[in-house]
Design a protein around this ligand. Sequence first.
Ligand SMILES: [Zn+2]
Length: 126
Amino acid sequence: MYYSSGSTSAQPSAPAASFLRFQRCAWCKSALFGSRCICPSCGGEDLVWERSHGTGRISDYQYMPKKGSAPRLACRVVMDDGFHVEGRLGGCVMPAPAVGTVVRFERFVDGSVPVFVVCPPAAPRR
Ligand SMILES: [Zn+2]
């Protein structure tokens, strides 16, 4: 499910939309994606906006067929900041990356749908 940001800005406006924002509950420290009024974990009303670090891991994905073009890959990502977000995987999506692959937020499309790209694997340490 996508949460529309609306004009109250769950996410920054188009030109500056180069990062994800989320809310953190001041009471239980739960991280929440989308604009909420009440924490679903503890019922707290003191939610503070924070800027995400932008990286996470794919927890699930599904190909979404699109007439006349290559299928899109819808993915669910567990962000390193502790919240879950649904979006799309950009770039080449065939074959699909494995669950657990590290991805990075790249941009928004269609208003508020986050697009992620696969991060290159870390160089081996010597
Ligand atoms: Zn809470």
